[in-house]
Design a protein around this ligand. Structure first.
Ligand SMILES: CC(C)(COP(=O)(O)OP(=O)(O)OC[C@H]1O[C@@H](n2cnc3c(N)ncnc32)[C@H](O)[C@@H]1OP(=O)(O)O)[C@@H](O)C(=O)NCCC(=O)NCCS
Length: 167
């Protein structure tokens, strides 16, 4: 596996994997597939500050992890909210872990002090992955939103980085 920072030309692969996640309805409240153009624009907006990492296997992108602003308030500038997606055919083979570990490293290097995310409470694969790479389960938001008409609970996870992690 090769893990590297995403480039503009990766937008189509990233969106292909993201749209599988949307279709599976296990990972996001999002219901509309995105286009490669929308993803390219998002990557441009995030720029150097909020990098995305991709995992390649045999020359193909099979997973990615990315992050964005947590809240606009200045006090939260060092927190990023992240996502991680693996293509259906490559799940359970370590690509999610590789992507998330690389994301942690990149954001720590850039001076962020926390990564956090919200995971559907049924998504045991994602909760397990996050625990394996050092995330703490903070708690559960009950009935946080509806997906396809059904209430969903989400588990909040966080990982302290850099100086914050040092205590
Ligand atoms: C959740 C997801 C990112 C995990 O990535 P992955 O590459 O499949 O997971 P990995 O192979 O790196 O495994 C990481 C850990 O999770 C565990 N795991 C993976 N799939 C699992 C499953 N279906 N059930 C329980 N544990 C699972 C692995 O056993 C491993 O733990 P271990 O080291 O204790 O064995 C991936 O399955 C995925 O993309 N799912 C759809 C999108 C999604 O849910 N994204 C997360 C949004 S919050």
């Amino acid at each position: 596996m090769i893990v590297r920072l995403a480039r503009a030309g990766d937008a189509a692969d990233i969106v292909r994997i993201y749209n599988e996640g949307i279709e599976d309805a296990v990972a996001t409240f999002e219901t509309d597939a995105r286009s490669a153009e929308q993803m390219a624009e998002l990557l441009r907006e995030k720029g150097e500050k909020y990098p995305t990492v991709v995992v390649e296997r045999e020359g193909r992108i099979v997973a990615w992890a990315g992050a964005g602003t947590y809240r606009a308030r200045r006090a939260y500038a060092g927190i990023a909210e992240h996502s991680v997606y693996v293509e259906r055919a490559s799940r359970g083979l370590g690509a999610g872990r590789a992507a998330l570990e690389a994301l942690i490293e990149e954001y720590e290097r850039r001076g962020f002090w926390k990564l956090c995310s919200r995971i559907f409470s049924e998504n045991t694969a994602s909760i397990r992955l996050h625990e394996r790479v050092g995330f703490r389960v903070v708690g559960t938001y009950c009935r946080h939103g509806k997906l396809h008409g059904q209430w969903r609970d989400v588990v909040i996870v966080e990982k302290l980085l850099g100086e914050a992690a040092a205590g």
